[in-house]
Design a protein around this ligand. Structure first.
Ligand SMILES: Cc1cc2nc3c(=O)[nH]c(=O)nc-3n(C[C@H](O)[C@H](O)[C@H](O)COP(=O)(O)O)c2cc1C
Length: 352
């Protein structure tokens, strides 16, 4: 029997967070269904305006906030009492605005990665019941965040996601040259972060393991190794409820283990993705002579110099079904997907 998970004021029936997946891979539908099944469902912020019907070519940031709230509303329609939250990347230009929009939209949990969310308690001070959850890939990052939050805001994280750069999908919190070398030990990091909060603050903070968790054996392994819960992303892509186009899901079904690898994102972070169409992604921007239109990231080599590719539009194209020139982010285990299933069937397998 798995234990429920307490995150701040919220009790989650099963110790599972569905990882935020941008662009629009986890929006209102997936997040709502995961919450309905008893996990934490997260709407991912990056590029949420795109393909929302609210972006008119000129109002990206305004549409981003409005679309974020609309997806939260959609999720709450599916799971009115569910634990529904958001994932907001710190690297986004409108990070602060999106955190505020999430609170207005009723998010119960805010998960932040791709940067250190140093001022998150300040941004959310008016909503103290909203649980705050940073994503880290090292003890050091957890320490920096916790010490700053404790000293300046008299608050600690309500949980911490420890994301394994060797397996997780999307942007990764480790330098490219250190990934896949064997030097990173996921569950040692989980236990170190847990111990740090115990020793330094006498606090029992739930530590959530993310990356490469696919089936019940992986879940049980994570719990046995000291995690209080898991965050799973890729496993939820091949579900009827996932917000991506069928062609995106099909890429997961078709890909082989050797098709999954690392790319360098224009955001300056490595990312894990299906890497068979790298040239086509870049060629799309060259063919269309598209300079950065949106300015969606605070730092981006494409925005600054035209180098690499526009990541938000590459992710958006894939989400809409253009997997030839679009970027398909995925975790190292995505090749294991062999059918389209339902969120409920995954919960039954994991917890039934
Ligand atoms: C398609 C895709 C998009 C993702 N987008 C985001 C994102 O926008 N923000 C974020 O913090 N993590 C993102 N991630 C990471 C997931 O939330 C999750 O932590 C990670 O994928 C866990 O590994 P798994 O996919 O092996 O379960 C993404 C992952 C995938 C597969």
């Amino acid at each position: 029997m798995t234990q429920p998970l307490r995150i701040g004021k919220h009790l989650v029936r099963y110790p599972l967070i569905q990882g935020g997946m941008g662009v629009r891979i986890s929006a209102g539908s997936l997040a709502g269904h995961v919450a309905k099944c008893g996990g934490v469902g997260l709407v991912a912020a990056p590029g949420i305006a795109l393909n929302s019907g609210l972006y008119n070519g000129r109002n990206y940031f305004q549409a981003d906030a409005a679309a974020f709230k609309a997806e939260l509303a959609k999720a709450y329609e599916i799971a009115p009492d569910g634990i529904i939250g958001v994932n907001v990347m710190v690297a986004l230009s409108d990070y602060e605005q999106l955190v505020k929009a999430a609170i207005e939209g009723g998010a119960k949990v805010i998960v932040c990665g791709a940067g250190l969310p140093m001022n998150l308690p300040e941004l959310t001070a008016h909503a103290p019941d909203v649980a705050l959850v940073p994503i880290v890939s090292s003890l050091r990052a957890a320490q920096l965040i916790a010490k700053k939050w404790h000293k300046t805001f008299h608050r600690l994280p309500d949980a911490v996601v420890v994301e394994d750069p060797d397996t997780a999908g999307g942007h990764l919190g480790e330098k490219l040259e250190h990934i896949g070398t064997g030097e990173y030990d996921q569950y040692a990091t989980v236990r170190q972060v847990k111990e740090f909060f115990r020793n330094e603050f006498d606090a029992e903070i739930p530590i959530i393991a993310a990356g490469g968790i696919w089936d019940r054996a992986d879940l049980e392994h994570a719990l046995a190794e000291g995690a209080d819960g898991v965050q799973m992303g890729s496993r939820f892509v091949c579900t009827e409820e996932c917000d991506a186009d069928d062609a995106f899901k099909q890429k997961y079904l078709e890909c082989r283990q050797e098709d999954i690898g690392l790319i360098m994102s224009p955001a300056g972070l490595p990312g894990r993705a299906i890497i068979t169409n790298q040239e086509e992604i870049r060629q799309y921007d060259l063919d269309h002579h598209t300079p950065c239109r949106l300015g969606c990231l605070k730092k981006c080599t494409y925005k600054e110099t035209g180098e690499r590719f526009c990541i938000v539009s590459a992710l958006d194209r894939a989400q809409r079904g253009d997997t030839e020139t679009g970027l398909v982010f995925c975790g190292s285990n995505a090749w294991k997907a062999d059918r389209i299933t339902t969120v409920q069937a995954i919960f039954d397998e994991l917890f039934g």
